[in-house]
Design a binder for this molecule. Structure first.
Ligand SMILES: *[C@@H]1O[C@H](CO)[C@@H](O)[C@H](O)[C@H]1NC(C)=O
Ligand SMILES: *[C@@H]1O[C@H](CO)[C@@H](O)[C@H](O)[C@H]1NC(C)=O
Ligand SMILES: *[C@@H]1O[C@H](CO)[C@@H](O)[C@H](O)[C@H]1NC(C)=O
Ligand SMILES: *[C@@H]1O[C@H](CO)[C@@H](O)[C@H](O)[C@H]1NC(C)=O
Ligand SMILES: *[C@@H]1O[C@H](CO)[C@@H](O)[C@H](O)[C@H]1NC(C)=O
Ligand SMILES: *[C@@H]1O[C@H](CO)[C@@H](O)[C@H](O)[C@H]1NC(C)=O
Ligand SMILES: *[C@@H]1O[C@H](CO)[C@@H](O)[C@H](O)[C@H]1NC(C)=O
Ligand SMILES: *[C@@H]1O[C@H](CO)[C@@H](O)[C@H](O)[C@H]1NC(C)=O
Ligand SMILES: *[C@@H]1O[C@H](CO)[C@@H](O)[C@H](O)[C@H]1NC(C)=O
Ligand SMILES: *[C@@H]1O[C@H](CO)[C@@H](O)[C@H](O)[C@H]1NC(C)=O
Ligand SMILES: *[C@@H]1O[C@H](CO)[C@@H](O)[C@H](O)[C@H]1NC(C)=O
Length: 833
């Protein structure tokens, strides 16, 4: 008894005494024996022997230097050593092998055809153990190809849809037995990629589809700061889920009870902070409410049948056994063979859902196309639309539907018409007058517009042949091509100079790579030289890009109405066939993005504090003009460094109005089901709930301000205690009165200390959680110019707090609870812009 305890003590102390060999590589000359370890170049990971809790069995594994009990990979999971006689070496056939005291091979990399003199195994700073052929330098095996229970940045969780071969995580049996247990987790790429946890092969939890930015069934991902994960299709049928390597220690572990747990190393406290867990509650269990059931953690009982459906077995259902789910009350007209285009059926809208499993995808940018397609196919029983995925549709059954609070997708469920009417009446009372009113206004506008056009003797259609003139000749940099028009007069595209495709192609040397200024989400920007020597910037919207006609016209209309020295000037446009282009004044110093964040950019040193402050004020004035001074109220919605251009005198000009929203007199905030913008710059209420206002631009301005001061991107992480985002980092240092530590070293100067710290203070006021707490942009400008001297104390920004482990999983709910039910109607109405 006592000897066992002593043995345990000795064994558990072993990793803490340094038996490490100062190398990161095992060669045929260098092998390691228990308890030796090797350590990676940056001293982050070690390869060596360990014993799990409550056992004396020895395993070969990879663990962290800072936390040696945290094992991320195990070689001999199934065949432990019963003593400390283990040796790792390169075998005669070139494999990395684990031998016991009797020279029996317990584990091998099993690669065939390698030669011993030419292979070595290296433990890398990423945690990867790599077997290389040194004669060619090629990798012949790596531990990331055979993950244990832990996902690390740079690792790939893969699925090949042709061969159905998956590489994922598999949990331990229990805390003291690393053998493969019942839970596994990986990527399911067929149809729309999603992450799944399986329990003995049956789904246990599901992330919902990947939409190109986030997993739409994971509420926490709607937060801007879980950025960085991606799902990639390598075009050979293999999809993989991965995360970029950062300056912090992050891991996601599938623990033995089937939970994915994401943790970050906390240097200060020397422990792992939990930042995310799945599943989080009973509703997250796969199919908790059976087919056609819907789960909501805020309701009691949590399960209910989707309306139009009733429990299959009422007794069972009421006793809390929901597994057999619900069934349709009235058959769909379609299924009764009454297929007059399915017009006996309609759709019920469920807001804020985790969409069911087994979605089929159809790419379309327009929600109404999804509806029409679904209605015309009798197998289609539900559809949903996500701007990045397009249409999703379902046939057969709906399983694993969950209702979230404030985030998620709208799900439309097909029901027989009479089922709908019961539930519709109340809403119709509201919707009909709104729709009628809206239509009437549209018609009135259309008529007025036609009348104005007619009076001017113009035709509505753009007549390219007659109207297009060689704008390159007509335009001179002094001519003011854009005249600010009367507010109620519609801007017509003909009023803008139209450039021909030929002119633009010539001026950019057929859109040659050398003239490429940058690539955005919506297309590429080229530098052009007109025949008269003027320089222009041509934004060519790719046909396949996100910016469709809608955004294009929106941008043209918005920007042609604006004139301010801190807004980029639109000189004209070009619409020919598939081609859509916008022509702007050329900005020799390009975007703030490159100047601030590219360490090799020559202008990094030019941007001293005076210039940066001037840029901050300029952006503020541009924003003030958008919000207040122009006759329309305009909310930019996508303010970020790449959308701020710099002219030859380093004056900032805001650009890219593709997402801007114009408001009439009394409206001052909006709501949208289509959240567009860039994670990292979006205010929480916009990212999570789609609500935006001037204050969401103020939030983005605050983030921008912090980036300008620190010279670092918000999407970069830090490993200083709890704070991970730039906001959290700023908050922490400012509170510790260490504001200057936050500042970009190239501008650090005691002359401006007060002013710089004041800027951080103002930025923190801008990024407060509640829109009402944030100052309006004119107040921000007064604060910057010291017209207002005393600054209030900012509240802690919400995304700094999120990382505090006591807030796991509750953040979303708290933040969303202000939405209430009120927005059910406004969302759709406004979305039809
Ligand atoms: C092994 O060590 C010997 C001498 O210590 C050295 O000459 C030889 O190159 C080494 N072989 C490898 C593969 O490193
Ligand atoms: C690795 O661990 C050792 C012992 O725990 C420690 O002294 C050393 O500083 C660590 N190295 C790094 C880079 O953390
Ligand atoms: C370890 O296991 C081997 C069989 O694999 C056995 O012969 C040996 O006695 C065991 N050693 C100890 C210390 O239990
Ligand atoms: C194991 O192999 C090594 C090297 O080949 C040899 O020196 C050692 O004696 C062997 N041990 C046993 C128990 O066979
Ligand atoms: C190597 O091959 C053996 C026998 O086929 C197998 O039992 C073992 O699991 C394989 N090891 C690895 C790491 O693939
Ligand atoms: C862990 O699982 C093994 C079987 O795989 C079992 O023998 C052992 O008792 C379990 N330990 C605990 C602590 O549950
Ligand atoms: C190890 O044993 C102790 C005491 O029996 C127990 O409390 C603990 O949970 C065990 N740890 C694991 C991982 O099984
Ligand atoms: C797995 O993680 C969940 C969530 O953090 C936790 O509740 C559970 O106790 C963990 N299981 C084990 C075996 O640690
Ligand atoms: C729930 O109902 C299903 C189907 O009738 C049955 O197989 C299962 O055993 C029931 N579960 C419980 C916990 O009663
Ligand atoms: C089809 O539906 C129409 C009205 O919806 C109804 O009048 C007609 O009888 C139906 N036909 C069949 C075959 O069910
Ligand atoms: C209707 O939908 C089903 C299931 O999605 C699909 O297999 C079938 O091809 C569709 N039929 C038509 C005519 O589009």
């Amino acid at each position: 008894m006592n000897t066992k305890i002593v043995l345990l003590l000795v064994l558990s102390l072993v990793p803490f005494l340094c038996f490490c060999i100062e190398t990161d590589t095992i060669t045929s000359n260098i092998s390691i024996s228990d308890p030796d370890t090797i350590i990676s170049g940056g001293r982050i990971f070690k390869l060596g022997f360990f014993s799990p809790e409550n056992t004396t069995d020895r395993y070969l594994g990879v663990f962290y230097n800072v936390s040696q009990e945290t094992v991320i990979w195990i070689a001999n999971r199934d065949r432990p050593l019963n003593d400390s006689s283990g040796t790792v070496t390169i075998s005669r056939n070139g494999n990395l092998v684990l031998l016991n005291g009797r020279n029996e091979t317990l584990w091998s990399t099993n690669v065939t055809g390698a030669s011993p003199r030419n292979t070595n195994a290296q433990i890398q700073d990423s945690g990867n153990l790599v077997l290389r052929d040194t004669s060619t330098g090629s990798i012949i095996w790596e531990s990331f190809w055979q993950p244990s229970d832990t996902f690390l940045p740079a690792m790939r969780i893969t699925d090949n849809i042709n061969t159905n071969i998956k590489v994922g995580l598999s949990a331990w049996t229990n805390g003291s037995d690393p053998q493969q247990g019942s839970f596994t987790s990986g990527l399911e790429a067929l149809n729309i990629p999603q992450i799944i946890i399986w329990n003995n092969g049956r789904p246990h939890w599901r992330s919902g589809p990947w939409n190109g930015q986030i997993l739409i069934g994971v509420p926490d991902m709607y937060s801007p700061y879980l950025d960085g994960f991606s799902v990639v299709n390598d075009h050979t049928g293999t999809f993989y889920f991965t995360a970029p390597e950062g300056a912090f220690l992050m891991r996601i572990t599938l623990n033995s009870t089937g939970s994915l747990v994401q943790t970050l190393w906390n240097d200060q406290h020397g422990n792992w902070d939990i930042v995310w867990v799945a599943p989080q509650n009973e509703c997250d269990d796969y199919g908790a409410c059976g087919p056609f059931g819907s789960c909501s953690i805020r309701d009691s009982p949590i399960c209910s049948c989707i309306s139009g459906f009733e429990p299959v077995n009422r007794e069972e259902w009421e006793s809390g056994n929901w597994t057999s789910g619900c069934a349709r009350r009235r058959q769909l007209q379609c299924n009764l063979g009454n297929n007059t285009r399915g017009n006996g059926d309609g759709f019920l809208r469920l807001q804020f859902t985790k969409v069911p499993d087994f979605a089929e995808q159809f790419q379309s940018r327009r929600p109404d196309v999804c509806r029409t397609r679904c209605l015309s196919n009798c197998s289609c029983i539900a559809y949903a639309h996500d701007p990045n995925i397009g249409c999703m549709s379902w046939s057969e059954h709906l399983i694993d539907v969950q209702r979230f609070n404030g985030v998620g997708v709208d799900l439309y469920i097909r029901l027989e018409n009479s089922e709908l009417d019961n539930h519709r009446d109340r809403k119709l009372v509201i919707i009909i007058p709104v729709v009628v009113g809206f239509t009437a206004i549209c018609i009135a506008i259309l008529i007025t517009w036609c009348w104005i056009v007619k009076r001017k003797g113009k035709r509505i259609a753009i007549e390219k042949d007659r109207k297009v003139f060689e704008a390159g000749l007509a335009f001179s940099s002094n001519s003011s091509a854009i005249v600010l028009r009367d507010e109620n007069e519609k801007v017509m595209i003909e009023e803008l100079p139209l450039f021909t495709f030929g002119t633009l192609s010539r001026s950019t040397d057929k859109f040659h790579e050398n003239n490429l200024l940058g690539k955005g989400g919506f297309g590429s920007v080229y530098k052009g030289n007109l025949a008269n020597g003027n320089e222009i910037a041509v934004k060519r919207l790719s046909a396949a890009s996100g910016q469709g006609n809608e955004e294009f016209m929106n941008e043209v209309v918005v920007i042609s109405k604006l004139q301010h020295r801190n807004l980029v000037r639109l000189l004209g446009c070009c619409v020919e066939g598939e081609e859509k282009m916008l022509i702007y004044e050329y900005m020799p110093n390009k975007s703030l993005d490159g100047c601030l964040f590219d360490p090799n950019h020559p202008s990094q040193k030019i941007l001293d504090w005076r210039k940066r402050f001037n840029i901050i004020e300029g952006i503020g004035r541009g924003l003030l003009y958008l919000h207040k001074d122009s006759r329309l109220k305009i909310i930019h919605r996508d303010l970020k460094p790449s959308n701020v251009l710099l002219d030859e005198d380093w004056n900032p000009k805001i650009s890219d109005f593709g997402m801007a929203r114009i408001f009439g007199g009394n409206e001052d905030h909006g709501n949208t089901a289509r959240v567009v913008g860039t994670y990292g710059y979006m205010a929480p209420e916009y990212a999570m709930e789609g609500r935006f206002s001037e204050k969401s631009d103020v939030y983005s301005f605050g983030v921008l301000l912090l980036e300008i001061v620190s010279g670092k991107r918000n999407t970069h992480y830090y490993n200083h205690g709890l704070s991970l985002s730039l906001l959290g980092w700023a908050w922490k240092l400012w509170n510790e009165e260490n504001g200057l530590d936050f500042v970009d070293q190239t501008i650090e100067s005691s002359n401006f200390k007060g002013e710089i710290v004041r800027c951080i203070h103002i930025a923190l006021l801008c990024v407060q959680e509640f829109p009402n707490d944030r100052p309006a942009i004119q107040t921000v400008l007064s604060m910057l110019s010291r017209e207002i001297l005393d600054l209030p104390r900012p509240e802690q920004p919400v995304f700094a707090e999120k990382w505090n482990s006591s807030h796991v999983g509750t953040g979303t709910t708290q933040r969303s609870s202000q939405v209430g039910e009120s927005n059910e109607i406004t969302i759709t109405m406004l979305d039809g812009r």
